[in-house]
Ligand binder design. Structure first.
Ligand code: HEC
Ligand code: HEC
Length: 450
């Protein structure tokens, strides 16, 4: 049978069996597709490539969620506004900061929901640039007064697939944090874990306070969000319906829906074998085989929700960031929270989609391109003077990749795992009518709001 006759035959067979999707999936005409399918199924938890297919953002039932915060469309819609609402920024330390920042100031959509800079600056920051890269300290705030942390903000893309949040996993009263109850304190900001919510919900309840935001009934009336809260929380008693807790639950619902399901790798997994280029496929094969990335990045979002690892990267104070030093508790990773020797220098394994827009990699922003990241893993050697090589994970080793292999792996990370349409998760406007994600005078000009 000739090639085209074979294809027609297969096409008719597919129609006959009404199983077009599985027929497309089985049509492995390109040898790389076959090799990649084998590489993935070999390591996938359920031995199928479906293990890495992300649900659609509208498929709320299939997005990982907190049983105490069931996902609904009305919660997601409200959260989509509040996340960007600079009108909540009313607990600023100085008047000049009031109404100028939002969650999206440090989690900028066009920078992969990261700050677009080595460090995020909330209250006490000025400017935006194109995607956060020119934001600096506002002159009348001291370094100690600005809202900054001693680690680069994590991306919120695919955050639904994490369990305990922050680089050290300290948030959430569930999962890895069971047994750490005695450590949940005001001092470490983890008292919130006692409320019994999952990591994302817990972190966001604390986050609204930490990032100096205000939610109450008069303010929600003023902006027009009250009916949105009524729609999202009909079962919550009136007196408890309009505050930082419900706002945090809505924001959590929204960020849980930030799924990059239009990325080439996702299209490929769902059966569109032309969805990835040959180079991206070869990079993916390396990821799931020779380059051993899957040993740690093996959850649905190519993150890891269960284990923390030491890979010896530099801390943020070495990049010359604000208000962080070599004594920052964050430098100790998971050990800084659990106080256990065996957890020292171990950090969360982040998700890997839409990273190329961010421009700063690892918790200490020590790398500026995904090529530098891959070269770091290829060398397999600690760059942090406090973390000798024998203190890094035994899964972190030299890889001996060739230059060509590095090219393919970088291409997979940069473009194979890149959803070009994340703007669908950004609202056209927020109800206050304010500029967003930032609303200081310089950002207003740069964002075209003036
Ligand atoms: C000043 C910058 C800044 C602002 C503003 C900010 N964040 Fe963050 N965010 C961070 C940093 C830094 C981290 C990582 C902190 C750490 O691990 O120690 C983070 C981490 C997170 C995480 C954990 C992600 C994960 O995978 O573990 C969530 C969720 C989050 N932020 C949500 C929010 C929400 C919601 C808001 C608005 C209420 C917000 N952030 C405002 C800087 C910021
Ligand atoms: C030993 C476990 C382990 C292995 C193996 C591993 N990673 Fe990671 N990866 C991590 C951890 C942990 C981090 C976060 C480290 C930090 O910032 O402190 C990370 C961070 C990253 C980041 C930066 C993400 C961000 O938000 O800054 C990228 C990109 C990445 N890894 C890609 C890869 C690739 C590609 C491979 C294979 C060559 C790989 N990783 C192998 C554990 C691992």
């Amino acid at each position: 049978m000739s090639h085209s006759a074979y294809q027609i035959g297969m096409g008719i067979l597919c129609l006959l069996l009404l199983t077009t999707i599985s027929c497309t999936k089985d049509k492995l005409s390109n040898p790389t597709d076959k090799i990649l399918t084998e590489a993935i199924t070999t390591i996938a938890p359920n031995s199928t490539i479906d293990d890495f297919i992300l649900p659609y953002s509208s498929d709320l039932d299939n997005l990982p969620q907190d049983p105490n915060n069931k996902l609904t469309a009305t919660k997601v819609n409200l959260g989509k506004m509040l996340f960007f609402e600079t009108g909540l920024a009313l607990d600023a330390l100085h008047e000049l900061g009031e109404g100028t920042y939002s969650c999206a100031t440090c989690h900028v959509p066009s920078a992969g929901f990261m700050p677009g800079a080595q460090q995020g600056i909330g209250d006490g920051g000025l400017g935006f640039g194109n995607k956060g890269e020119t934001r600096t300290k506002l002159f009348n705030y001291t370094e100690e007064e600005i809202d900054v942390q001693g680690a680069r903000p994590l991306s919120l893309i695919n955050v639904a697939f994490t369990k305990n949040t922050s680089w050290n996993g300290q948030f959430g009263g569930n999962h890895n944090n069971i047994g750490t109850e005695y450590l949940w304190s005001e001092e470490t900001l983890t008292e919130v874990n006692h409320l019994g919510f999952a990591g994302i919900e817990s972190q966001n309840i604390e986050g609204l306070h930490l990032h100096r935001m205000v939610v109450n009934k008069p303010l929600m009336d003023e902006y027009g969000y009250t009916p949105w809260f009524n729609a999202a929380f009909p079962d919550v008693p009136y007196e408890e319906r309009y505050n930082e807790v419900t706002a945090a639950l809505a924001i959590s619902a929204y960020i849980r829906s930030l799924v990059p399901n239009q990325a080439p790798f996702q299209r490929w997994l769902k059966g569109d074998r032309a969805g990835m280029t040959e180079s991206q496929k070869l990079g993916a094969v390396l990821f799931f085989d020779k380059a051993k990335c899957y040993l740690c990045h093996n959850n649905t979002a190519l993150n890891n929700a269960d284990n923390f690892y030491a890979i010896g990267v530099k801390d943020l104070h070495e990049a010359g960031a604000f208000n962080t030093t070599e004594n920052d508790r964050r430098n100790l990773g998971r050990g800084g929270f659990t106080q256990k020797e065996e957890d020292l220098y171990k950090f969360k394994v982040p998700q890997l989609y839409n990273l190329k827009d961010g421009g700063f990699y690892f918790h200490g922003s020590s790398k500026n391109s995904l090529r530098e990241v891959v070269e770091y893993f290829n060398k397999g050697e600690s760059e942090n003077a406090n973390i000798p090589n024998n203190a890094t994970s035994n899964l972190f080793n030299p890889l001996n990749l060739t230059t060509e292999e590095i090219d393919h792996l970088v291409e997979f990370l940069e473009n194979g795992l890149f959803d070009p349409n994340m703007n669908r998760y950004v609202p056209d406007e927020v109800l206050s009518g304010n500029c967003f994600p930032n609303n200081d005078p310089i950002s207003q000009i740069q964002l075209g709001c003036d």
